[in-house]
Design a protein around this ligand. Structure first.
Ligand SMILES: [Zn+2]
Ligand SMILES: [Zn+2]
Length: 239
């Protein structure tokens, strides 16, 4: 199990410093006792003190030798500093999501939006089920054989009293940079992904969202000169 380099460094410095301080105290005490003529006790304290100071110093030098393997979180892109390349799943220090590792490789993360609250969720090929991080409802994800988890869809339709809509971008307008920035935030995509999307208009931005949400996002895009269309979906998404 790879440790966090920062944990190891903390451990070295905590143990090193307390051994150092303890050793110095023992040395001082030894010298004091020596003056008071308890020589055996004095020697014992001095030997202990020297030993502790030496050990403390050794632990402190180990700090520089802590190995460092930098791993980028596939979810939030934060850099996690580990002592070795991860062989097992580990938790990101920044977003606290479990990073899936298989055969020493960090698994690619897929994005899916919750059909109920539109919160962006992530999964990897290791995920067997997915619960929305925001509303705790189950989100259907495609499994290895391309089958959709059907249980979640029945849940979908029960809540489907207002109907679902899709939001399609028909024109990016002439303030492309602003639109790219807006879409990056809206879809949690990176710049290149958004630029690719804009090359083939019209493009469906989101599907299976409530009308209110679609209207809100469409208005946001209109503010930057882009034109989006709201289309009702005949059936819940994915069916
Ligand atoms: Zn993270
Ligand atoms: Zn949700």
């Amino acid at each position: 199990m790879p440790e966090r380099s920062s944990d190891l460094i903390e451990n070295h410095s905590a143990v090193g410093m307390s051994a150092l301080i303890g050793g110095i105290v023992a040395l001082c005490l030894g010298l004091f006792v020596f003056r008071e003529m308890y020589k055996e006790l004095a020697y014992l304290l001095i030997i202990l003190g020297i030993g502790a100071v030496g050990y403390g110093a050794y632990r402190l030098t180990q700090i520089r030798k802590v190995p460092v393997a930098k791993v980028n979180c596939p979810y939030c892109r934060a850099t996690n500093v580990l002592t070795e390349a991860p062989k097992h799943d580990f938790t990101c220090t920044s977003c606290h999501r479990l990073v899936h590792v298989m055969n020493g490789r960090i698994l690619e993360v897929f994005q899916v939006r919750c059909g109920f609250c539109n919160h962006l969720n992530f999964y990897t090929s290791k995920s067997v089920g997915l619960i929305c991080e925001d509303c705790d409802r189950e989100i259907p994800i495609s499994t290895a054989d391309g089958q959709m988890a059907s249980k979640a869809f029945s849940t979908f339709s029960r809540h489907d009293d207002e109907g679902f809509y899709e939001l399609a971008l028909t024109s990016a307008g002439n303030k492309e940079e602003e639109v790219i920035a807006t879409l990056q935030k809206m879809l949690a995509l990176n710049r290149n992904q958004v630029k690719q999307m804009l090359e083939e208009l019209p493009v469906v931005l989101l599907t299976g969202i409530p009308k209110k949400k679609a209207e809100l996002l469409s208005a946001q895009l209109a503010m930057h000169g882009a034109v989006a269309q709201i289309n009702p979906l005949a059936s819940p998404p994915g069916t």
